[in-house]
Structure formats: structure tokens, C-alpha cells
Write a protein that binds this ligand. Structure first.
Ligand code: PBG
Length: 319
């Protein structure tokens, strides 16, 4: 069966299409602004006007959804993260611009406080620096509703607080946002692969030597992921996510087998940086390893993949 192309194609079990892709993008203040991310060559932060053009291009390449990550200016960061639910915040303005210009493209927003806190944690902290669950959930709820009000199609809580999916779902319903989908970052690990992302959104300096071990999951755990997904689905998540991607494909498979729910995986910034760096050195064939990474994540059971490579993948698939 492996001898010829026709029989290899005939028994191929997994395919990747642009429909499987969600493109994460970093959004900047200003007009006609574009900044390279040093630890992620090929990735740029874009001001809203340029974001709209880039999104239109991605949609034309067949990518159904874009995910927004605002780069918050230092002046608006605070201890109470109030900028997170500013109706005229950067994320909210970006959503409105995208829905006006490319209405058929799905727009997903990140619900977490790390771009807005002076300490770079995903939630509000007490005097000892501990992230307080319920106080944080109250702010996340306001943030999620403000995103839905701006027109977000999918809100994606990435904070790992307990009970936030149920609280966000109830608040969306109460505000009449009955169609807003929730993608829960259910099994989000306290991973060292997020480093380049924290550079990109500018939260690395704020976080300093801090870590997120009191709320993100221990990379050593697998049963805990099942437990987290069960809770999020029971609380009203439409989709669940595992993050990071390639080092966690055993988790993706377990979750898909156990729940059969729409399951997504985040090919995170550090994974992008690894493949990009090796490719730039001529050590790996970029196109081949990236497409192999995509197939591997789908084979593990993912229905879709968030990846900074989304546009490249869509272009390669069209060739
Ligand atoms: C913020 C958030 C992070 C990522 C997505 N949303 C960083 C973190 O939790 O520190 C990481 C994405 C990536 O590394 O590509 N809550």
C-alpha cells in the first residue's frame, strides 16, 4: 500500500485544510504600525488598520477564524486590570473594525487579565501575590461581555480560574448574547513554551521572575486535564482546548476519546520559534516540518489548530 502515490492517498487517514486553522495575531495601537517580534521571526504586531488587511487576506486563503491578542500600552495597565473591559479598549476596537470589514470571518478574543495587569499575572493578586480566583472571575466576566458587545463571535478564557466558564456563560445569556461561543482553554499548562508570546504582548517584563504555577496546570499531569475539561463542558463551554500543542498530544487524544467534544490545540509561540529557528539555520525543511506538525495535531484528535503559521500553511496547502 505504501508503494505508490495512489495507494498512499487512498489509505491516508488524516488531512489538513485551511478550515482547521485559527490565526492568532498581536494587535498594536496607532495607525500604519507594524513591529517585528524578535523571538518570533516572521510574526508582526499590527495596528488595527493593517490587521484588517491581514485578516481579509487570511480569510481569502480560507482561514475561518482570527484570534486577537492586544499589546496594551504600559500607561493603561493597573492592579485592577480595568482596561480589560473598557468598551473602547484596543481589543474591543479591533473586533469592531474586523466585523465591519470582514463580517464573515469569525473573531475570537482572549479572556484573561495578563495584558492589563502591572504584574503580568492573568488575575488580580492579594498582598502576598497570590492570584485570587473569585475576584478575578468578576473581572473576566465583564471583559467577556465587553468583547461580545463589540461583536466577538468566540470568547476564549485562557486564565484557568475555577468557575469562569459558568460565570461567563451566565453573564452572556443575561446580556442577550445567546450566540457567542465559548472556547475554553481547559487544559492550559504552566508551560515554558509561552516565552515568545509574553515578549510579543509585552507582559514578560511585568511578570519578571514570577510564574503561573498557582493556576495553570502542572506539565506532569494528565488526569487533571480530563477533570478540567469535564468541568468546563458542564459549565457551558462549546469547545475545549489543550495548550501547548506538540508536547501535549497525548492529552488531546485522551480528551477527544473521552468527551468527543470540539477539541482544539494551540501550537504556541515557543513551538513556532523552535521550528522557525531551526529552519532559518537550514537545519530543518520548514514547509515539511510545519505541515507534519499540523497533521500530527489533527491525527491526535484535534478539530482545529491555533497557529502563527496559519497563513503559511494555507498557502502551502493551496500549492
Ligand atoms: C494569556 C495567554 C498566553 C498565551 C495565550 N494567552 C500566555 C500565558 O498564559 O502566559 C500563550 C500563547 C503562546 O505562547 O503562543 N493568558
Amino acid at each position: 500500500m505504501r508503494r505508490d502515490d495512489f495507494s498512499r492517498r487512498l489509505m491516508r487517514e488524516t488531512t489538513v485544510t485551511p478550515n482547521d486553522l485559527i490565526w492568532p495575531v498581536f494587535v498594536l495601537e496607532g495607525q500604519n504600525q507594524r513591529e517585528a517580534v524578535a523571538s518570533m521571526p516572521g510574526v508582526e504586531r499590527l495596528s488595527i488598520d493593517l490587521l484588517v488587511e491581514a485578516a481579509r487576506e487570511a480569510y481569502q486563503l480560507g482561514i475561518p477564524v482570527i484570534a486577537l491578542f492586544p499589546v496594551t500600552p504600559l500607561e493603561v495597565k493597573s492592579l485592577d486590570a480595568r482596561e480589560a473591559f473598557n468598551p473602547d479598549g484596543l481589543a474591543q476596537r479591533a473586533v469592531r473594525a474586523l466585523k465591519a470589514a470582514v463580517p464573515d470571518m469569525g473573531v475570537m478574543t482572549d479572556v484573561a487579565l495578563d495584558p492589563f495587569t502591572t504584574h503580568g499575572q492573568d488575575g488580580l493578586i492579594d498582598a502576598s501575590g497570590y492570584v485570587m480566583n473569585d475576584e478575578t472571575v468578576d473581572v473576566l466576566v465583564r471583559q467577556a461581555v465587553s468583547h461580545a458587545e463589540a461583536g466577538a463571535d468566540i470568547v476564549a478564557p485562557s486564565d484557568m480560574m475555577d468557575g469562569r466558564i459558568g460565570a461567563v456563560r451566565a453573564a452572556l445569556e443575561a446580556a442577550g448574547h445567546i450566540h457567542t461561543r465559548i472556547m475554553a482553554y481547559s487544559a492550559k499548562y504552566a508551560s515554558s513554551y509561552y516565552g515568545p508570546f509574553r515578549d510579543a504582548v509585552g507582559s514578560a517584563g511585568n511578570l519578571g521572575a514570577g510564574n503561573k504555577y498557582t493556576y495553570q496546570m502542572d506539565p506532569a499531569n494528565s488526569n487533571e486535564a480530563i477533570h478540567e475539561v469535564a468541568l468546563d463542558l458542564a459549565e457551558g463551554a462549546d469547545m475545549v482546548m489543550v495548550k501547548p500543542g506538540m508536547p501535549y498530544l497525548d492529552i488531546v487524544r485522551r480528551i477527544k476519546d473521552q468527551f468527543g467534544a470540539p477539541t482544539f490545540v494551540y501550537h504556541v509561540s515557543g513551538e513556532y520559534a523552535m521550528l522557525k529557528a531551526a529552519s532559518m539555520n537550514g537545519w530543518l525543511n520548514e514547509r515539511a516540518v510545519v505541515l507534519e506538525a499540523m497533521v500530527s495535531m489533527k491525527r491526535a484528535g484535534a478539530d482545529g489548530i491555533l497557529t502563527y503559521y496559519a497563513k503559511d500553511v494555507a498557502r502551502w496547502l493551496a500549492e
